[in-house]
Design a protein around this ligand. Structure first.
Ligand SMILES: *[C@@H]1O[C@H](CO)[C@@H](O)[C@H](O)[C@H]1NC(C)=O
Length: 170
């Protein structure tokens, strides 16, 4: 609860300073996409892990298959307010596939100036959450892909570059 208060307090004062009213989701997406955080990312172990269904062992899927990706905490009491995820190949950083967010999350895009799109997913509201369910539709092009995750606990505490196991689309 304190962390939620903290993130809203920071957001509130920045919004008031800009005289634009309470921040919409774009306020946070802009920070996540540009990595314009106020502190350096945490370098201790990642607080979340990827639960990938329906093939959590071999992570082998068909082109266009809908895959459930759940971000789950490694520690039972960890909660996070925000995240940013996308998929790319191991050599090309371009976002591939399409995301649907479940609950307080949605597909969006860091490559569109109005964040319109679904090649990334992020929070729709910065509520504390203990897990996050997402659906990723694999691209039609077979290949090896990885998810690349930013996890935001608060503005002062976040992790970047958390890759998933290799997702094989064959
Ligand atoms: C994850 O995505 C970021 C942002 O685009 C990129 O700079 C970084 O290289 C990626 N990390 C890895 C390990 O591929």
């Amino acid at each position: 609860m304190f962390k939620l208060l903290q993130i809203f307090t920071v957001a509130f004062f920045i919004a008031v300073a800009n005289s634009q009213g309470p921040p919409g989701p774009e306020f946070f997406w802009d920070i996540w996409c540009t990595r314009n955080f106020v502190v350096e990312p945490a370098t201790d172990s990642f607080p979340l892990w990827y639960d990938i269904i329906p093939d959590p062992i071999f992570n082998t899927f068909s082109p266009g298959e809908a895959i459930r990706v759940t971000l789950r905490p490694n520690l039972p009491d960890f909660e996070f307010t925000g995240f940013l995820i996308r998929a790319h190949t191991q050599s090309d950083m371009s976002a591939v596939g399409q995301w649907i967010g479940i609950g307080d999350a949605q597909g969006m895009s860091c490559t569109n100036e109005n964040f319109v799109g679904d090649d990334y997913a992020s929070q729709s509201v910065p509520n504390m959450r203990t897990f996050q369910d997402l659906i990723w539709t694999a691209p039609s092009t077979p290949g090896n892909y990885v998810f690349n995750l930013t996890t935001v606990e608060t503005f002062m505490s976040y992790w970047v570059d958390q890759l998933s196991p290799v997702i094989r689309v064959v």
